[in-house]
Write a protein that binds this ligand. Sequence first.
Ligand code: NAI
Ligand code: MG
Length: 487
Amino acid sequence: MITKEKVNIKPGKLFIDGKWVDSVSGKTFNTINPATEEVLTMVAEGDREDIDHAVKAARKAFEEGPWRKTDARDRGKILLKIMDLIEKNKEELAWLETLDNGKPISETTTADIPLVLDCLLYYAGWADKIHGETIPVRGEFLNYTIREPVGVVGQIIPWNFPLLMAVWKIAPAIACGNTMVLKPAEQTPLSALRLGEFSQEAGLPDGVLNIVTGYGPTAGAALAEHMDVDKIAFTGEYITGRLIMQAASKNLKRVSLELGGKSPNIVFADSDIDSAVNGAMTGIFFNQGEVCCAGSRLFLEKSIHDEFVDKLSDKASSLRVGNPEDAGTQMGAQISKEQFDKILGYIDSGKQEGAKLVTGGERCGNKGYFIKPTVFDEVNNNMKIAREEIFGPVVSAITFDDVDDMVRKSNFSIYGLAAAVWTKDIKKAHKLARELKAGTIWINTYNTFDAASPFGGFKQSGFGRELGIHTLELYTQVKSVWINLGN
Ligand code: NAI
Ligand code: MG
């Protein structure tokens, strides 16, 4: 078993064209451990020029490199080799992620890393199964289609699941034969850089994957605007999503966006209450609430409301919050001072707007960005805490007794990423699965994922689906070929 002390935390460089380089400006920035507020290491601060170098390398690798001629099955093999390297180094990676992000080691070990491995395995399998079709057109012609890679892809990812988000982006892009420039979140650059090393060791040709660490408004914006990038894939805040779309319009690059949510978690009186309570716990406190599909609006049917809130607040107040390095810790630190302050700000706003604070609502300890699991009751769907994405361990309970009114309220949001329903009545469950406006519907479960099942949003939660077969659409384009068989 590898221990924290064995994790190799070294200063990070940019990974461009298969080489590890400093930024053009020579600037660096620190990445911190949010549980201790201490600096872990420094990382190169990429900016516009570095992005330009990375895009040029990706372009060259796409047009001229061996990548073009690499057999599809061998692209899959490279993904399998990356998977093997991650598997071999999984303890180190779990530690790296815990130290850089503040999430518990139990979680990086049992959730992040296994999901990463599955995603690589899944897309490795797709690499040689992406093909066109022969189409029965009118006349003496042979018409067929080819599914080609889109080209140079820019990928901008957030800090909540750093390695997983990197792999959600690069695995399908590699399977489809693209080249890419990945910009990790400035808060959590370390696991992506390690992934760069593994990709090289696995035999991914130089320039296919380039990684530029840096800030959003500089490096990120330069990537989104770049005239020689064919597609941009983004996960993050919806406001940033708008900026990405605007920037992408400069050369009409393709865009896919996975943005935030304010997902309703709906509990009926005819559900198994104890499993629904557990589901509500996972829904909001998993990953410190830093989950785009968190069940942050908890709709409770009136007759079970009191029992439910009692059970939930008991569990929430006994959740083990603290040192992410302890095996028994269930909730770690929030990512940054900025997010910590933002969450506490929302808690204040909830109190001011008249919601009832049942448990939590304050900092936990006096070092590190820990916040107590927080339950608000008597929330009205129009309050700020019910409308805006908090991205922290704060749940808002809303009571209902009229189902139609509840559905209307559930759907009354700019977001539509996920929704969950707890009931034993299958008719009701399927009916609501149709009526709720969200890209994922969970029935009697929450935060369930699989590399094979599509994930993405309705409304301002974004567009394009990641995971599953659907991502292949994002990373390929169709070419129609006509052959005259007549005179
Ligand atoms: P953000 O959207 O600003 O950052 C996500 C990524 O976008 C990072 O890599 C960042 O460097 C980059 N970025 C930022 N501004 C950019 C720009 N102008 N052009 C190109 N790239 C840019 O999210 P942030 O500020 O870290 O978190 C703020 C809020 O966003 C959170 O409180 C949460 O509500 C939401 N969020 C949602 C996520 C999701 O998974 N849907 C993930 C992270 C944050
Ligand atoms: Mg931001």
